[in-house]
Each structure stands twice: as C-alpha cells, then as structure tokens.
Design a protein around this ligand. Structure first.
Ligand code: ATP
Ligand code: MG
Length: 564
C-alpha cells in the first residue's frame, strides 16, 4: 500500500480523553476513531491488525476441531427471558419496538439450535465458534477499545455427552488459548475466575498484568496459585475463641457507628468486632456478619446466595425492621432476618456486635451460643500479603486486563432451553456445555500495552498491519524515486506486506516519526546517501538497530529478517 493513497489519519497530539497507552496510540496511529461512547470505527491499519488476530484465533480454533459459523446479533427477547438472562444488570441492549435484543454473547442461540437439531449421542461432541460483533450495555465504556459497548468476540461453544467429555473440550480450548496468545506475542497468565453472568461450574481467565486493568488478581510467586480477586482465597487465620465464654453484656456506645470508632472507644482489636451488613435478597432481609474491617466480596456473595437479586437495605426500611440504625445492628435476638457469616467468624466467641438498639452494642457474643447463623461462607476479599491457600507464602495482588475467559457451563442452558440428546439406551440426557470467549480488540490493545515506547507502537510480525515500512526519504530525488519504486514492486511480487511511504514534499523527519508511530517491525529506508554506495538501510523497530544492505539484496535480507 502506498501511503500517498492510503487513509492513515495520524495525529501529532495525544488526544485529551485517552489515558492509557493503547488508547492514545491507536488514535494517534489512525487505527480507529470513536463514533460515540464505547463505539468505534476501525480504520484500515487498525482493522488489518484485528484481522491478523482473528486469523490466528481462527487457525487455532480450526486446529482443535472448531467449526466456524455466524450467528445473528439480533435475537428475540423471549429467548433471553427463557434462559433467565434478560434482566442481568448492564448486560443487554434492546430494541423495544420489535421485542429484539442485541446479543451480548450467544449461549442462547447456540442452545436454540442445539435443542432443535442435536438428537442422539451420535451427534456429539460438537465445537462451534464464530468471530462476531457483540453488544453490551456497559455502564462505563473506557480505555478505548478495551471496554466498548460494541466489540468483536471469538466465542466458541462445546456440546458434550458427559462431564468427562466437557473436561476434555475445556482443556483443549485452554491449550488453544495458550497457543493463540503466544503466537500473538502477548505475555499472559491464567487465573481461576468467577463464572458471573455465564453461570456454570468453573472458569478461568487469561490475563495480562496492567496497572490500567479493571480486574484484580491474587498471585502466589512461590507455588503459582493465581485467582481473580472475585474468587481468590487465602489461608488467613480465623478469629478463633477466647478462653471462656462470658455472659452477654450490654455496652453503652453513644454515637459510635463505625468499626474504627469502636476500636478506638473500646480499646479492642478489630478482630473481636463482628460487623453487620444488611441486605435484601429476593426481597427478604439478610444479615451478613464480617470480621472487623474485612471487606465483603460481592462476587463471592452472589455465588453464595445462588440465584436472585440483592441490594443493601435502606435506612428507613432498616429502622422499621429492627428499631435501630445501621451502626447498631447485630445477630443477637435479631428477628426476621436470615443470617449468614464469613468463614473467618466460624466458631468465634468473645465478639462484640450491635445490640439492635441505638447507641448500644453487646459484648461476649459466642456465635454458636447466642446467634442463629444459617450458614458460613467465604465472603471476604483477600488482601496483599495474606498467606497463599495452597502453600501459605505471601500473596501478591495486581491489576490485570482480561483477554479471554473459558467456562464450564454444565447444564445451565440445557436445563432452561431444554437441550437434550438420547443416549445409547434411548434415554434423554442433558447436553453438557462449555463456552469460550476472546475479545479481538483486547488482543490488539493488550499487545500494544505491552509493546510500545515513547515513539509509538512496536509490532511483531504476527499482528503487524504490514511487515515492512518502506520509506523513500526524498521522493524529489530521481534516484530515490526509482529505487524505492523498484523495491516496492519486488516486495509485492515476493508477497511481503509492505506499506510504502512514497509521499512527496514531506520532510524525512516527519516520515521517520510516522514510521516509528505506526511501528511496523522493519523499516527499509531508501535515501540518496546510501544509494551513492548502492545501499539501503534496514532498521529494526524494536531495538532501533540498523544495517546497510546492497540494493539488490534488500528483498532477500528482509525475507531473512522476517523468517527469524
Ligand atoms: P469484563 O469482566 O472485562 O467485563 P466479561 O467477563 O464480561 O469481561 P466475557 O463475557 O467472558 O467477558 O467475554 C469474553 C471476552 O470478551 C472477554 O474476555 C473480553 O476479552 C471480551 N470483552 C468482554 N466485554 C468487553 C467489552 N465491553 N469490550 C471489549 N471486549 C470485551
Ligand atoms: Mg463484562
């Protein structure tokens, strides 16, 4: 492609609304433009990089027996009502006039097709996938294409006869994912993850470490334990018991509302305080007890509660239910609430909690003796430095960006959408499903996050929009014009993907800056100086290393470098 004819609207200035490197660089390099919040147009160079990513994904999906298909973005709303996912918050954009929704993922459509056409065990297993546009009602699109309301996803689905076969399908997807991200040149790690809106029995995420990531992960540098904070555990000590359980005692705590106030006022360690969080779950009052300043982890709470909706109880509602305000609620003699507690409090005594009476707390609470705890769950968010659940070495916490997510769905959709097959004995059995997603934009943006410098992007061969950036230093020189045109034609013949800066009347400095910004792996520079000796220069973008080669060897030298 000749740059003189190409649409590559590069920018000198960093756009003000872009805060992270990939967002800034994709705008500056003319790869994409925002149309409206979370919605982007991919311009020719950006789309070439995305197509490279899609082809790698496609090759690896085909290699494990995936069959590519293409499903519609427009779905009947009724299908999502049937699966129970119509009202997941921040998920579905809808087109009200026609009772249609824009699909945020495709378990429903896959399930619909499978329910009609998978009949017997002979029809299984199946691996279906597509590379297709998704829509999500993201409340806060940001970081450029990393979080859009419209984006391209590779989504694959496995349909199996048994849980053992699902394990095999899942493992082969995991292996394909490793190959995909390795081929793309992305440094990634894998964490155990929450299944969230997809449901099912287990999932893993493929992550890159990044200070800009919206996910938080716990990693053990010693044994390799890795988990999203949504599910991460630690072997932090339990609260435990004090020597003897004393009788309950009211304590006057005027105007004391927070855990820190209580610690100060009573001169006790926060581990002796049982904090009360009050919610409504499916409309019914729920008390959640946590130790001191431990943070409730909403993903763990969602997993513990199973289905349904929950939200904090409002102040007036709480007063009507208990006769007390938020800072004075506790588990002793609390009527009408289901009470659950964090595992850390299991078996504890000598605790202090609210008395369900304003300005009073109760001391010496033995949870087994004085409260009716319905269940204990792991509900807390772990913190940096806590002991690894596997090997007890201190855990590290870091931010990460999710590239891909694989799920063992099990029978969640088979149950709601009635996807069954007849086994060898003619008995109807649910199909066991898995689903596997990768964000195409995230591949490109995460690669750029990991491969850039002050001058621009540093592409590798796998994802580069073009392999070579050919620069005619000065098109007004007849020699340069002739030699660079020749090299360009020979590269095209040799099937080298080349972007040719043949722009006239543009300063060499400007051309070099653009070449560094666009970041193709090799720059071939044709100038008068070199041509005097019959030579052209090859620059490796990543290291800045330069070599002079004979004009007639330019193509073979480039081919050698590309074959590395
Ligand atoms: P996140 O936690 O970042 O919202 P998710 O868990 O909702 O992601 P999945 O439903 O597992 O994502 O979707 C599969 C893949 O699609 C993700 O791993 C990610 O690469 C990509 N993806 C998801 N949401 C977006 C988005 N809003 N913009 C761009 N890519 C996305
Ligand atoms: Mg999401």
């Amino acid at each position: 492609m000749r740059l003189s004819k190409a649409f590559v609207p590069t920018l000198k200035e960093v756009p003000a609304d872009a805060t992270i490197p990939s967002h800034k660089l994709m705008l500056r390099a003319g790869f994409m433009r925002q149309l409206t919040s979370g919605v982007y147009s991919y311009l020719p160079l950006g789309y070439r990089a995305m197509m490279k990513a899609m082809n790698i994904v496609r090759e690896e999906m085909n290699a494990i027996g995936g069959q590519e298909l293409l499903l519609p973005a427009l779905n009947p709303e009724s299908l999502w009502v049937q699966s129970g996912r119509r009202n997941i918050p921040n998920f579905i954009l809808s087109i009200k006039e026609r009772d249609l929704v824009l699909a945020p993922t495709h378990e429903e459509v896959i399930g619909y097709i499978a329910s009609l056409h998978i009949q017997s065990y002979k029809d299984l297993p199946q691996i279906w996938y597509q590379i297709q546009t998704k829509f999500r009602n993201e409340p806060r699109p940001r970081s450029g294409v990393l979080r859009g309301r419209q984006f391209i996803m590779k989504d694959a689905y496995s349909l199996d006869r048994s849980w053992e076969d699902l394990d095999k399908s899942y493992d082969s997807q995991a292996e394909a994912y490793k190959k995909i991200f390795t081929r793309c040149g992305i440094k990634f790690f894998i964490v155990g993850a929450s299944s969230g809106a997809m449901g099912g029995t287990g999932s893993q995420e493929f992550m890159i470490e990044s200070e800009f990531g919206e996910d938080t992960t716990a990693l053990c540098p010693t044994c390799g334990y890795a988990a999203n904070l949504e599910v991460a555990a630690s072997s932090v000590a339990k609260v435990g018991r004090v020597e003897s359980s004393e009788p309950l005692k009211d304590i006057h705590t005027p105007n004391i509302k927070t855990i820190n106030d209580l610690v100060e006022f009573l001169k006790v360690d926060q581990s002796r305080l049982a904090k009360s969080l009050v919610y409504r779950h499916n409309g019914k009052p729920l008390l959640i007890l946590m130790m001191g300043n431990d943070q409730l982890n909403e993903s763990k709470l969602t997993a513990a509660l199973g289905s349904g909706e929950f939200s904090p109880i409002g102040a007036e509602d709480l007063l009507a239910l208990t006769g007390a305000d938020g800072g004075s609620i506790g588990p002793v003699n609390l009527q009408g609430f289901r009470i659950i507690a964090d595992n850390r409090l299991e078996g504890a005594n000598g605790l202090i909690s609210g008395a369900n009476r304003n300005d009073y707390h109760i001391a010496n609470i033995d949870l087994a003796r004085d409260a009716k705890i319905d269940a204990y769950f792991d509900l807390r968010s772990i913190e940096e430095g806590e002991p690894c659940p596997k090997c007890t070495a201190p855990l590290k916490i870091s931010n990460a960006i999710e590239l891909g997510h694989i799920f063992k769905l099990g029978t969640k959709y088979s149950d709601s959408l009635n996807i069954t097959y007849l086994d060898e004995n003619g008995q109807a059995k649910p199909v066991i499903m898995g689903s596997y997603g990768i964000g195409i934009e995230r591949i490109v943006a995460c690669y750029i996050e990991q491969n850039n410098d002050k001058d621009g992007i540093i592409w590798n061969k796998s994802l580069a929009p073009y392999e070579v950036h050919l620069i005619a230093v000065n098109m007004n020189s007849k020699d340069v014009e002739t030699a660079s045109n020749q090299i360009y034609d020979r590269m095209i013949d040799a099937q080298i993907e080349v972007l040719f800066d043949d722009r006239a009347n543009m300063s060499p400095g400007f051309k070099f800056k653009d070449a560094d910004l666009l970041g193709m792996p090799f720059h071939v520079i044709v100038g008068d100086k070199g041509l005097k000796n019959g030579q052209v220069e090859i620059k490796r973008r990543r290291t800045g290393e330069r070599i002079m080669v004979k004009l007639e060897d330019a193509i073979s030298e480039v081919q050698k470098l590309l074959a590395e």
